[in-house]
Each structure stands twice: as structure tokens, then as C-alpha cells.
Design a protein. Structure first.
Length: 94
């Protein structure tokens, strides 16, 4: 149930980024964590690390990181940390 709420909030956070509306704590956490990875693409965060950044419980941050991985923004390493997925190669018109 919580993961579905976070999935919805993830989409909502993306739309709020552009609208300037006030975000919920989870939407703000999604935004903060995305910003960390955008500013420092080599970041390697565990749920505990994300919790310290976002100010939410590690279990909640674990779900947020998993949703970001499902969205193909992150991937999870064998050690359990989340890393930024490389941008797909740009296809050039022939």
C-alpha cells in the first residue's frame, strides 16, 4: 500500500517541480534525492543515507529509492546501495 502511495507521490513530485506548488514530505524527499543524483551522478546511497538526507524513516526511503529504480532513474547494486543509471545513448537521425 505505501509503495503505491509513493509511486503516486513520485509522479506528483515531478509535476510539482515545474508548478511551484508546495510538496508533501514524501514528494519533497523524492525531489531532494533526485537532486542529489543529478548534482552528483556518482552518488551511492543506502536507505539509511537517503533517510539522513530526506529526513524520513529508512524504510520509507527504501521504498522511494526502489520506486526511482522502477522508473529507471536508479539501479540497485549487489551491495544494496542505489546508484544513478547512465543516461541512454542519444539516437541520431540517419
Amino acid at each position: 500500500m505505501l509503495s503505491n502511495i509513493i509511486r503516486y507521490t513520485f509522479c506528483s513530485a515531478l509535476s510539482h517541480e515545474f508548478s511551484g506548488e508546495r510538496m508533501s514530505p514524501i514528494a519533497a524527499a523524492v525531489h531532494k534525492l533526485r537532486e542529489v543524483y543529478l548534482e552528483a551522478p556518482s552518488s551511492r546511497l543506502s536507505a539509511r543515507d537517503a533517510s539522513q538526507i530526506a529526513g524520513l524513516e529508512p524504510a520509507t526511503c527504501q521504498i522511494i529509492l526502489e520506486v526511482l529504480a522502477e522508473a529507471r532513474f536508479l539501479s540497485q547494486s549487489p551491495e544494496g546501495v542505489f546508484v544513478r543509471r547512465p543516461d541512454p545513448p542519444v539516437k541520431r537521425a540517419s
